[in-house]
Every structure is written in C-alpha cells, then in structure tokens.
Design a protein around this ligand. Structure first.
Ligand SMILES: [Zn+2]
Length: 187
C-alpha cells in the first residue's frame, strides 16, 4: 500500500497568493481533491491522507507532523506561484538525492505534459514541508496567479483537471499503481 500525503497549500486565514480575482488556497484545495478522487476511484494499492479537506489553516509544523506520524511514503504539496512570471516549477529539498530526485523528474514531466505549461525547471528549495517531512517530498508551483494568461487557465475547470491529471499520472508511475480491475460479476 502506497501512502500518499496530499498537502493543499495555505487555507483559512492564509489565502496564499492572490491575483486576477483568484486565491491560491482555493485552487490548491481543488487540485488536491481532484488528485485524490482520480487516484482513489481508478487505482488500487493507494492510501491518501490530506493536510486539509476544507478551508482551514493547519500550521506548517502540524502538516509535517501529521504526515510523519502517519508514516507517509510520499509528501506532495501543491501551490500556485506569484511574482508576474509564467509557467510551472517544482521543488525538492537541496541535496536530498534518490529516490526524491527520480520522483521529481517523473511527476514534473507528467505535469508539464498534461498542462502544456511553460517549463521553468526542476528546482531545490529549503521549505518547511520539504525539510521537516521524513519521507520523499515534492512541492509544485502551478502557474502564476498574478499573470493574466496563467490566471485565465487557473479559472478554467478543464485546465484544473489537467493539472490534477498530471500530478496523478506522476504518482501512478512512482508508486507503480495498477488500475482497479472490474470484479467478475459471474462470480
Ligand atoms: Zn503557496
């Protein structure tokens, strides 16, 4: 059983980045709900726990403590960028090595493929959720909320589905998940 900890960035009092009428916390929750639904409905051998399932604000330490206590196999934190640029980038903890680097390569590639986002590259960052999680961890930054073209994509439910699909496809590959096989109704 592959234990996936899904962390929608921000929430509650912490809206995250804002722009073009959008709040990061709402987009990250929607993406993570879609990743969860897709994996749970279509694949076996996966167990998913989320840092939040609604508009609440768990602190960063409470998020990583929850993942550590649960014994997650992988920590996936989903965010939306700001700062006026465009495209997708992902982060792992500096110098963390394998298997995290392979996980980043695989998931990053699947997201770029699914979304067509401009590829800003695979990066390293000393972020709390990457540093304090005791399992391979990846943080994704899905477009720029304050870029008019990225924001238009983030407002489109079909595009949000594509972002979720890319993350889910990456998880399927790194965890080697098998599609749920229909039960033989003839018994
Ligand atoms: Zn964020």
């Amino acid at each position: 059983m592959f234990k996936l900890f899904l962390d929608p960035g921000h929430g509650g009092k912490d809206s995250g980045a804002t722009g073009n009428g959008l709040m990061e916390k709402n987009i990250t929750l929607k993406i993570c709900q879609l990743i969860r639904d897709r994996l749970q409905n279509e694949y076996e051998g996966i167990d998913i726990l989320m840092s939040r399932t609604g508009d609440s604000y768990p602190t960063l330490p409470s998020r990583t403590e929850k993942a550590n206590a649960w014994g997650a196999d992988f920590y996936l934190s989903v965010h939306v960028n700001s700062g006026g640029a465009t495209g997708f980038e992902s982060f792992i903890y500096p110098g963390v090595g394998q298997p995290t680097t392979s996980y980043q390569n695989t998931i990053h590639q699947e997201i770029v493929k699914a979304t067509g986002f401009y590829d800003r590259g695979k990066k390293q960052g000393d972020f709390h959720v990457l540093r304090e999680s005791r399992m391979p961890a990846l943080l994704t930054e899905n477009g720029f909320i304050d870029n008019i073209e990225d924001a238009a994509k983030l407002k489109d439910p079909n595009f949000i589905e594509k972002i979720a699909k890319g993350h889910a496809q990456g998880i399927v590959k790194i965890a080697n998940l098998k599609p749920i096989t229909p039960k033989d109704s003839a018994g």
